[in-house]
Design a protein around this ligand. Sequence first.
Ligand code: PGA
Length: 257
Amino acid sequence: MRRPVVAGNWKMHGSRSANHALLTDLERGLKAEWPIDVLVFPPYVYLADAARMLEGGQIGLGAQDVCAEGGGAFTGQVSAAMLKDVGCRYVIVGHSERRRLFHEDDALVSRKFAAALQVGMTPVLCVGETLQEHEAHQTEDVVARQLDAVMAMHGAASFADAIVAYEPVWAIGTGRTATPQQAQTVHAYLRSRIAAQDANIGRHLRILYGGSVKGVNAGELFAMPDVDGGLVGGASLSADEFQQICAAAALRAAVRH
Ligand code: PGA
């Protein structure tokens, strides 16, 4: 039984007061008995603040990115050890906005993945195709390339402590969600690719769907056998919406048990 994950990627949103209000509302609304992992990914500058607020609670903390280097003369960058030091246990690597807007390639993403593992943090590896690639029926080729880049560098065993998120670029922030069946097909494909290298790791790997996940569609997405939760952008900025998504994940866990 894979424990569902609901992860809120706040992107470049928030302020000290807004974050405080959001986390307070979230902590109040989550039910202690829900057998799910709930994670939030605030911008770097708010991580230490959030860590203090979340200490001893139910919500895990992660960062939206990390430097591939361990430390040194890299102005403006933040290392995995620093993130861990302020209380992060998770880090997103290879988000499509990083790949597209900041020109991160598969090799760099793979190094970031390893940097997180090296300090004992869990990387959340994002993969997904653009609209153009989707329309050209290249989805499997693209996600395979993104996944294989990490497997080639670090082996399938490196996924024992990782999470994968399938995020079709055309579904991010667009209100256009992949259908549950589309998501399921890609998730099953990703799992089979890892399972071909290591059956046990493939079976236990948690694969999240991301791209316009909302309270209204979370239930049908999470009902798919290989969809183990969601990586949520816009809807994670509303405590109500995010809780509805968490409730859908908790229901999935209850049904599967
Ligand atoms: P969205 O973003 O939920 O706003 O589509 C998802 C993401 O980018 O992780």
